[in-house]
Structures are given as C-alpha cells and as structure tokens.
Design a protein around this ligand. Structure first.
Ligand code: DC
Length: 226
C-alpha cells in the first residue's frame, strides 16, 4: 500500500461500467492498494431508493422526492464507509427490491442534481477511486485516470448470482440476467447522464479476466502514470 504520494498529490481514478462488470469490488481493492478513498456512487443512488421506499415515496412523486433529498446529510466515516443521516445502509441497499427499482430513481434529473455535487465534493477533498456510470463523463471529466469496465451479460449475471448467494439470498439466474439487461437499457438510454464510455477512458473487458487481473491492470496503470 502506498500512502505517501497519494497524500502529497490529489488525483481521482474514475471507473465507469455496466452493472456486474466487477466495478465495485475492483474499485474497493484498487482504492485499498493505492491507499485512497473509495466512493461507490451506485450505493448513493441505491440509498436514495431505499429511503424513498422506506417512506413510501414512488419515482413520480416529485414533491416527496424533493423533501427527501433536501433532508439527506452524507458523510464518509473514519472507515471510509458512506453514511446518510448517520446510517450505514450497506446491507439494506443490496436487496432485490432496491436493485429492481434503483434505475427508475437514478434516471430522475432531480436525484442526479442532488447527488452529483456531493460526489464532487467528496472526490475533490480526498484522493479517491470514484465509481459509477458517469464518473469520467460528467462528474469528474478532468479525472487524471479513467477506466471503463464491461463484460458479457451472462458472465455478469453469473457473478451477481454468486454475490447474492454469499449474502444468503437464493437468486434465479434468468431473473438476475433479465434484470441486468433491463437496467443496462435504462442506464444507457436515459436522457440525463447515460452510461457511456468517455473517449479518453481505458477500456477493460473483464469477461475473461480474474479479479486479481482487473485490479492489477488499474493499479499498475495508475502507479506507472501518477
Ligand atoms: O453500480 P450499481 O448497480 O450499484 O448502481 C445502481 C444504479 O444506480 C444503477 O441503476 C445505475 C445507477 N447509477 C447511476 O445512474 N449513476 C452512477 N454514477 C452510479 C450508479
């Protein structure tokens, strides 16, 4: 782990990609190896979805959403975990109910306009690996490092099934695959900040890569060019 130069020099590593491309787990370990913060922006959209569902707010309820968003206080705790209104929602945001609804909340301009300034503030205050769909294109267009990760839908669905099993759930492969294809479609075709590769991002097809390979490609690229 290299803590020194990251403290001296501020830099952002932006990682975008499709759901289940291995982004989140890769970003977490890359951040650990570089000794910098990991910001999972998908977790922020998931947290908004969970909190809306908790309050019975549906995506078309603009007034309800506006009130919810204006009430949220985001912070990164000492362990690097994101908290919203003092709550660590890491488990709650990974349920099927949140996963199925999150694209419908993430496509709403009001939701993105509330979250993007917070993402920028966190990323500009700390050297960070920021991960999502629009990191290199919209949120951090000047990021020093940009990566775009993807994999075939079948490979991604298999990975998601394994991930959900480790969390004690019993997912159905076809259901997971259909949900993933549907989310890809919503994420890439929405008007506001669609999932897209920045022209200057390094593309990584993770279909045939091991997890260790994915991490090594990004870490070595950053260390060699920092
Ligand atoms: O990466 P994930 O599956 O946890 O993302 C959850 C949802 O949030 C997914 O539908 C895409 C959306 N998202 C987004 O629109 N912009 C981001 N920067 C991150 C995630």
């Amino acid at each position: 782990m290299n803590m020194n130069s990251s403290k001296e020099k501020h830099y952002v590593v932006a990682i975008d990609g499709t759901s289940g491309s291995g982004k989140s787990s890769t970003a977490r370990i890359v951040a650990k190896e570089l000794g910098i913060l990991h910001l999972d922006t998908g977790a922020m959209y998931r947290a908004v979805t969970f909190l809306a569902q908790e309050k019975g707010i549906v995506p078309v309820d603009a007034e309800g959403l506006k009130n919810l968003l204006s009430d949220l206080k985001w912070e990164v705790d000492a362990r690097g975990h994101l908290r919203v209104n003092g709550r660590d929602l890491s488990r709650e945001i990974r349920t099927d109910g949140v996963t199925a609804a999150v694209s419908d909340f993430a496509r709403i301009p009001m939701v993105r306009e509330a979250l993007v300034p917070i993402q920028r503030e966190i990323g500009l205050r700390n050297p960070a690996v920021v991960e999502g769909r629009d990191m290199a294109t919209v949120v951090f267009p000047n990021a020093r490092f940009k990566f775009f990760m993807y994999a075939s839908p079948e490979v991604r669905a298999k990975r998601r099934v394994m991930e959900l099993k480790t969390m004690g759930q019993e997912p159905d492969f076809q259901h997971v695959l259909a949900n993933l294809i549907e989310r890809d479609h919503i994420d890439s075709s929405r008007q506001h900040s669609p999932l897209a590769k920045a022209p200057d991002a390094v593309e990584i097809d993770t279909s045939g890569l091991t997890f260790a390979d994915q991490v090594a490609i990004i870490v070595s690229h950053v260390l060699n060019n920092r």
